[in-house]
Design a protein around this ligand. Structure first.
Ligand SMILES: O=c1ccn([C@@H]2O[C@H](COP(=O)(O)OP(=O)(O)O)[C@@H](O)[C@H]2O)c(=O)[nH]1
Ligand SMILES: O=C(O)[C@@H](COP(=O)(O)O)O[C@H]1O[C@H](CO)[C@@H](O)[C@H](O)[C@H]1O
Length: 339
């Protein structure tokens, strides 16, 4: 483990799957995997099937595999169900609380239909990834320091039961709130249209400048917007959650304010490719992220409406303007919601 500008930084194979399984059992810790999915019928089946087979059936690292169908208009619900996930429609979770569109809404609602002490989030549009993402993200939460032995490419097949030292360390970590990491971000090589490190357009053009100017304590995070991350439920239930794409950055800002940078760690997961949105659609995502950041700086009212005006060629090539209402609503900490 090393500190990258104050952020504890690991590699996914710092731990063996056997050590993590032993630590999980020793501490009596449960794990939920949540996949927020909107119109991901093309890829959600692969994500669910491979994680289920490797980490639910072959080894019991995951106790609950949940897909939250976020207002999909394709066959996401059926594909995820057929792949073996427990699928909930976001709007049908606690309907008494109403429903908003968005990824953050799906993740906030997931807290009402999961029970895991640790919650792992993964995107549903992954194209180049592997199941080691999950144990990698759980490593700092189950065993805060690297595994006992220098490990080579850790096979996902379970190793012999880990030593009692691993179990003792896991029990100490689960009891010691002071040293506990509470949120773990994945990072990876993110290929884009123009090269192996060209992915993450909003990360490079919006998140990093916001961090540089206003949240420098997050400067050590390689992929602050990574959709693959994990956290303790006890933390997640204390966080205000933007209902849209600002969820990742808001969670980092608020976690550091709540429990300090020592509570945040990151893990190198290797390489991750996903389906890329069109540039103009990232305008809406960017607006949500900027709005949440400004709200946290006291420069903007939480949830105030935002209209994103974009321009481009219309019918016949005439220049037209398109106004997009951007939702910046935030959900209150789930832990304080009754019922
Ligand atoms: O309203 C939404 C928008 C996105 N997503 C999911 O959130 C993840 C990341 O979204 P997206 O791929 O659109 O973002 P990108 O990775 O392109 O930044 C994916 O699993 C989406 O299906 C969601 O559940 N609800
Ligand atoms: O990192 C980014 O810039 C955006 C867009 O990625 P690409 O430019 O399409 O590779 O993707 C991330 O940001 C979203 C907002 O936080 C997350 O929801 C996504 O999971 C993540 O892929």
């Amino acid at each position: 483990m090393r500190a990258l500008h104050g952020i504890a930084t690991h590699a996914w194979d710092d731990w063996t799957l056997g050590d993590l399984l032993a630590a999980k059992v020793a501490a009596g810790t449960t794990v939920s995997l949540v996949v927020p999915a909107r119109n991901e019928a093309a890829t959600v089946g692969d994500v669910v099937t491979r994680v289920r087979e490797a980490l639910v059936e072959t080894t019991a690292l995951i106790d609950e595999l949940i897909v939250v169908d976020s207002d999909s208009t394709d066959t996401t619900y059926d594909v995820a169900t057929d792949a073996g996930a427990t699928v909930h429609r976001s709007a049908e979770i606690r309907p008494d609380l109403g429903s908003h569109p968005g990824k953050g809404e799906a993740m906030w609602k997931s807290l009402f239909v999961t029970t895991g002490d640790l919650v792992v989030f993964m995107d549903a549009d992954l194209l180049d990834w592997d199941t080691h993402f999950v144990p990698g993200l759980l490593g700092p939460l189950l065993l805060p320091s690297p595994g006992l032995e220098a490990s080579g490419p850790a096979a996902l097949a379970p190793r012999p039961a880990a030593s009692t030292e691993v179990e003792e360390r896991a029990q100490r970590a689960s009891r010691d709130p002071v040293s506990r990491v509470a949120l773990v971000k994945g990072f990876y090589e993110r290929p884009g249209a123009d090269g192996p490190w060209e992915g993450g357009r909003v990360t490079e053009l919006v998140a990093r400048p916001l961090i540089a100017t206003s949240f420098p304590e997050l400067g050590g995070l390689v992929q602050p917007l990574a959709g693959e991350w994990a956290a303790r439920r006890s933390l997640l239930e204390q966080l205000w959650m933007p209902t849209g794409y600002a969820i990742e950055l808001a969670a980092l800002i608020d976690t550091v304010r709540l429990v300090g940078t020592d509570a945040v760690a990151q893990v190198d997961l290797g390489r991750r490719a996903h389906r890329h949105q069109a540039l103009r659609d990232l305008g809406g995502m960017s607006t949500q992220i900027v709005a949440a950041a400004l709200a946290r700086l006291g420069a903007r009212e939480v949830g105030a409406p935002a209209v994103l005006r974009q321009h481009g060629p219309g019918p016949g090539g005439m220049l037209t303007s398109d106004d997009r209402d951007v939702v910046t609503v935030e959900r209150p900490p789930a832990g304080g919601v009754g019922g």
